[in-house]
Design a protein around this ligand. Structure first.
Ligand code: NAP
Length: 305
């Protein structure tokens, strides 16, 4: 079966759902393929404290629910399906999903980004057995335990602070002697009684048979190695964009992000991109939602042009 739509939105994070809201309000009856996870990364964020309009903060899943309700209220159609192949070589564009084939006059790509892995021995084998990329999902398994967080950016420190709710201690392991995170998060983390730092240190292996028992560390300046016991390894070392599907279809930069102009236009007229799939710099709910709104406004412009 082939379903045709004027506007097909791939992804249902802040960018996709904001695009859906704007396209729906423009009477375009957009169709959104949610992908595997409604809400994307926000749905696994415990608390969003910097989305305007919520001075007390808002839980990630609750914010996603509100985005969804608002888009649907104006006529957006959300489908729990995932695109597996695209053909943007001619219009209408063709998108093969797991259940249905779609054709579309315009496409907004909002497929987001996924957490990077360390690529060390033991990591793949112990995912879900102490190795995690999501503090909100897995933090409660580590009540009263000693755990480590790998990374030195905003994500690592923010999630480490969150994990102090459960863990006895949280040791942040960072490969350099300077953290990348902003000053406010650094201050909060440094002042937290449960947080410790191991700087200039890399994880070379995650140890354990069926469950994580420790990490093998190398102190970078001295080259010394030692084993550090831990029950959990939370890895926050950045993200890579979900663009495998678009290789050869859209221009991507050297890191795989979709190249857009300042109007969210990709290399293919009629295909737009919004949110983290095209933005490695800001990565905020507000900026992704803003890009989604802009992409939908560009779709309106494109279809009436
Ligand atoms: P990031 O800023 O790219 O930081 C990644 C961290 O992981 C860096 O400290 C990096 O080390 C380290 N790293 C990267 N690859 C590694 C590897 N293979 N082994 C060990 N360490 C590795 O990523 P992020 O923290 O996810 O943040 C991404 C963007 O989102 C940033 O712009 C950030 O400001 C934003 N963000 C903002 C908030 C907020 O405002 N509250 C929260 C989360 C994220 P180096 O420092 O040595 O490169």
């Amino acid at each position: 079966m082939i379903t045709h739509t004027q506007v097909l939105i791939l992804g249902a994070g802040p960018a996709g759902l904001a695009a859906a809201l704007y396209a729906a309000r423009a009477d375009l009856n957009p169709l959104v393929l949610t992908g595997p996870e409604l809400g994307g990364q926000v749905s696994i964020t415990y608390m969003v404290e910097n989305y305007p309009g919520f001075p007390e903060g808002v839980e990630g899943p609750a914010l996603v629910q509100r985005f969804k309700e608002q888009a649907e209220k104006f006529g957006a159609r959300l489908v729990l399906d995932t695109a597996v192949a695209v053909d943007f070589s001619q219009r209408p564009f063709r998108v093969q999903a797991t259940k249905t084939t779609y054709t579309a006059d315009t496409v907004i790509v909002a497929t987001g980004a996924t957490a990077k892995t360390l690529g060390v021995a033991g990591e793949d084998e112990l995912v879900g057995m102490g190795v995690s990329y999501c503090a909100t999902c897995d933090g409660h398994f580590f009540k009263g335990m000693d755990i480590v967080v790998v990374g030195g950016g905003d994500s690592a420190l923010e999630e480490a602070l969150f994990l102090t709710r459960y863990a006895n201690t949280v040791t942040i392991i960072h490969r350099r002697d300077q953290l990348r995170a902003g000053p406010l998060l650094q201050k909060r983390a440094r002042e937290h009684p449960k947080i410790r730092f191991l700087l200039d240190t890399v994880v070379t292996e995650i140890l354990g048979e069926d469950m994580v028992e420790g990490v093998r560390l190398r102190h970078v300046p001295s080259g010394e190695t030692r084993d550090h016991p831990t029950a959990g390894v939370f890895i926050f070392i950045g993200y890579h964009p979900n663009t495998d599907l678009f290789t050869g279809q859209l221009a991507l930069d050297e890191r795989g992000y979709i190249v857009t102009d300042k109007f969210t236009r990709t290399s293919v007229p009629g295909v737009f991109a919004a949110g983290e799939v095209a933005d490695s710099r800001y990565r905020q709910v507000i900026t992704s939602a803003g890009m989604g709104a802009a992409a939908a406004m560009e779709v309106v412009h494109f279809l009436s042009g």
